[in-house]
Design a protein. Structure first.
Length: 212
């Protein structure tokens, strides 16, 4: 019987090498990518059964990359593997169609269990994250009143918040410099932001980028 096909997305080489040794005996590791855009392309091409993805990745974060794949109809089951304990990330992960959320410091003991659980059709959350989701649910009504961005706008916010210039954003998204600048201005107007610093803080608060 063939092994489940697994695609791994993480931009930390040491982490990747450790995961390779954990995963290879049970799974066919069909690809390893280092950013969200590579993840989208590889998932389209390789059609894995399961995707293990970090939340924080350059160019396009894991959450938005997976959301894009799910909109396109990807059937891959997704487990996020992250260092971030903030339940906001876990809540968003499950909202966009992920089935697992595991903290990196628990990976050696939990990741295989999480993958097996997800492949059986059930969700898996690291216990300490699961405990915080109930508390987060009580604040949903307040968050729902906040302005929301389209997936494209979130991509643009991430690129600018990562410190890229309008020219670099334009080149990444294959648009003109003026269009990139207009997108940024429109987003900041919608969000009532007045500076790039405020845009960065918005991106951090809403899980588009992570601090550090």
């Amino acid at each position: 019987m063939s092994l489940p096909r697994l695609l791994l997305a993480d931009d930390h080489r040491i982490v990747v090498e450790g995961l390779r040794s954990i995963l290879s005996p049970e799974f066919d590791l069909v690809g390893i990518v280092e950013d969200g855009r590579q993840l989208v392309e590889a998932a389209r091409r390789l059609e894995p059964d399961i995707i293990i993805a970090d939340v924080s990745m350059p160019h396009l974060n894991g959450l938005d990359a997976v959301q894009q794949l799910k909109r396109e109809g990807s059937r891959a089951k997704v487990v996020f593997l992250t260092m971030h304990k903030d339940t906001t990330y876990a809540a968003r992960a499950m909202e966009i169609g992920a089935m697992g959320f595991v903290l990196k410091h628990c990976a050696s003991s939990e990741l295989l269990e999480a993958i097996r659980t997800v492949l059986s059709g059930q969700a898996y959350l690291t216990p300490e994250v699961a405990e915080g989701l109930d508390r987060l649910a009580s604040s949903k009504s307040t968050a729902a009143r906040s302005p929301s961005l389209t997936p494209r706008q979130r991509e643009i916010v991430q690129l600018f918040a990562e410190g890229k210039s309008a020219r670099e954003v334009a080149a990444t998204l294959h648009i003109s410099n003026r269009t990139a600048e207009n997108h940024k201005a429109r987003i900041m107007d919608v969000l009532c932001l007045t500076s790039t610093s405020e845009l960065i803080q918005y991106a951090i608060r809403h899980g588009i980028i992570t601090p550090g």
